[in-house]
Design a protein around this ligand. Structure first.
Ligand code: CTP
Length: 481
């Protein structure tokens, strides 16, 4: 489809589009596409996927999720001046979803990217921009903004803001708040990869880490500047919200303390030649979220991931691999463990006749790829005798006959639980931030199915880990060999 550029939009329209796109968690461009599609073909928008028959499933206990551990927490969100600032509008939404009160501070440069009006509409609070604003000095003042909160989040944290923090400057409202802060501070750096790898930024980041400042990201990926890629992209709003939640959450019970847990995540890449590979759309978000939730519940977590653009989870040992066979090797090396969760979307096939050099196009002939089946990592581990983890959990990514296929997989792969999710394109699960899952569990001779409502991948992770913990407590697991 041809792309569309609209110039000379009036400011009110721009503000409306920014606000609407932030509310829906889309880019402005996607939002415009949705609006246009709705105007032209309102009947052709795909309907929401049908919910599997309720009679087959146990009812979900909504009460489990109603009390957010961060409810009532207060965050001062400092939005720095970078193109990633538009994502901070979505971050406000994500924090508010967790019942966190958000007060925004915009740097002068940030106002070039987002308006105080948009930040204020989303946060439902007044936005602060000036160090010498008589109103804010009277009403809040930089000292109060720094102290009257439970956490300060800086997103995007530009190279300049990080340099100011490392040096202790206080020449504008944002830096004055950061210098006066007596609360934990979380940075989500975002900058060009050359700036991130520059020795000065490395020094500043190291200094800030020594000063006890937490960081989430930056991630690897494409930059706003055409053709630029590398490490420097701001972490996604959900990752930042999850990191904030981890800091804010009062130290709770650690039901998985002393348990070793293995988690696989992401896709695998199966090489065709040195430059091409077979892959799938998995983002790794669900596996990473489970690792974070398990770590928070006290487990000693080993996360083995295929190629993803996600930052390491703090406190979790992460091994990054490319192919299914490398993933299997790392999984076997990590055994024995008490609990294993296989959330990776492992490629089913690899190329047997992998080219040693880049395959060249030849006129009239297509390359013949010979495929071989990859080892089934989940089935291999679930069928072990001595080193079988006491609880083995698989995922089932299906586009049809979800529950039926999941039950068949549970049996075929000899695992204890299957988290079944519908990954047909209309659901947006693959690569998206939400998931609708059904927990299929072996219960003696029977199989039970529990259907959960649509949730963020973090919520799915929290719920899954809560059930794992319950099982571990109810039935203490035998130590693995
Ligand atoms: N899995 C695995 N190793 C593989 C294939 C799958 O460990 N080679 C695991 C996945 O991590 C997931 C479960 O098996 O936990 C089911 O994966 P899925 O892709 O849904 O099923 P497949 O076994 O690949 O079967 P199919 O593609 O026919 O649905």
């Amino acid at each position: 489809m041809a792309s569309l550029t609209i110039r000379k939009l009036d400011d009110a329209v721009k503000a409306y589009l920014r606000l609407r796109s932030a509310q829906h968690g889309r880019s402005v461009e996607e939002e415009v596409r949705v609006i246009l599609q709705g105007l032209i073909e309102p009947t052709q928008i795909p309907p929401a996927p049908p919910h599997p028959s309720a009679t087959d499933h146990a009812t979900f206990n909504h009460g489990d999720m109603s009390s957010s551990p961060t409810a009532g927490a207060r965050v001062t969100l400092i939005i720095g001046g970078g193109i990633a600032a538009y994502k901070s509008l979505d971050l406000i939404r994500r924090l508010k979803e967790r019942h966190i009160r958000v007060r925004c501070v915009l740097t002068r440069a940030a106002e070039q990217f987002v308006t105080p009006l948009a930040a204020s509409a989303l946060s439902g609070e007044r936005v602060y921009t000036d160090l010498f604003d008589p109103d804010s000095e009277f009403d809040a003042g930089h000292i109060r903004l720094a102290r009257d909160c439970d956490l300060i989040v800086v997103a995007p944290a530009t190279a300049d803001l990080m340099a100011k923090m490392a040096q202790g400057h206080a020449d504008d409202l944002a830096s004055a708040i950061l210098l006066a802060a007596s609360r934990p501070t979380l940075l989500a750096p975002a900058m060009n990869p050359a700036m991130w790898s520059n020795a000065a930024t490395r020094r500043n980041a190291a200094q800030l880490a020594r000063d006890g400042i937490a960081m989430v990201g930056p991630n690897a990926g494409e930059m706003a500047e055409a053709g630029e890629a590398g490490v420097g992209r701001m972490a996604e709003p959900l990752e930042i919200a999850a990191a904030a939640e981890r800091i804010l959450r009062p130290a709770g019970p650690r039901p998985l303390a002393g348990k070793r847990m293995l988690i696989t995540a992401g896709p695998t890449h199966e090489p065709i030649d040195p430059v091409r590979y077979i892959a799938n759309r998995s983002s790794g978000k669900q596996g990473f979220a489970i690792a974070a939730a398990a770590q928070a519940a006290g487990a000693e977590v080993r996360l083995i991931t295929g190629p993803v653009e996600l930052a390491d989870v703090s406190g979790v040992a992460v091994a990054r691999v490319e192919s299914a066979r490398q993933m299997l090797e790392q999984v076997q090396a990590a055994l024995p463990v008490d609990i294993a969760v296989f959330a990776a979307a492992v490629a089913d096939w690899r190329v047997l006749n992998e080219g040693g050099q880049k395959l060249k196009k030849t006129v009239g002939a297509l390359p013949k790829l010979e495929l071989a089946e990859n080892p089934d990592i989940l089935a291999t581990v679930a069928h072990l005798n001595e080193k079988r983890p006491a609880l083995v959990i698989g995922f089932a990514a299906e586009t049809e006959h979800l529950i039926e296929n999941a039950k068949a997989k549970l049996k075929r792969k000899a695992c204890d639980w299957i988290v079944a999710n519908d990954v047909s394109p209309a659901t947006g699960v693959m690569g998206g931030d939400r998931n609708t899952v059904h927990l299929v569990r072996r219960d003696g001779e029977d199989v039970t199915v529990e259907s959960w409502p649509v949730m963020t991948k973090e919520q799915v992770a929290t719920e899954l880990v809560a059930r794992i913990a319950k099982t571990v407590v109810a039935k203490p697991m035998e130590a693995s060999a």
